[in-house]
Design a protein around this ligand. Structure first.
Ligand SMILES: [Zn+2]
Length: 140
């Protein structure tokens, strides 16, 4: 099986101004979405991201810049975790092991939420969201 791992390093991602920010771990003025998905197609495991920033409509330029600075940190954390995911998948495939994508993906989402919590605590901006650890071991 080969791996096609695409889109995570798009920089900068597009900025979309929206009437309501949803799906961004409790954030209301802005958000970063990776819009990731994966599927298997014949002998290729495809992992694809379409990163985007969301910004609430009606913010002034100063507020919007502040929101985007915050969301950029989420993007940087995401890229690091996506690269780790890619390395894990490549190593497993090179060693002809099951890539365990379902389990890896759950841990990846968990790590992103955890990293967001760390950033929010250390910066004093944003909420802390309770995230449950996956109930299966982290694939090596
Ligand atoms: Zn945040």
């Amino acid at each position: 099986m080969t791996l096609a791992f695409l889109g995570h390093d798009m920089n900068p991602p597009p900025v979309h101004r929206v009437a309501r920010v949803t799906g961004c771990l409790g954030e209301t003025e802005g958000g970063f979405l990776h819009n990731g998905s994966y599927w298997q197609e014949s002998d290729t495991l495809r992992v694809t991201f379409r990163p985007e920033f969301l910004v609430l409509q009606g913010l002034d330029a100063v507020q919007e810049a502040r929101v985007l600075r915050h969301e950029e940190q989420h993007r940087v954390d995401f890229v690091e975790l996506a690269e780790r995911l890619e390395r894990g998948l490549r190593t497993a495939l090179r060693q002809r092991r099951d890539p365990e994508i379902d389990h890896r993906w759950e841990w990846f989402l968990y790590d992103i939420a955890n990293r967001a919590n760390q950033f929010h605590r250390s910066s004093g901006q944003g909420e802390t969201i309770n995230v449950a650890e996956p109930h299966f071991p982290r694939p090596v």
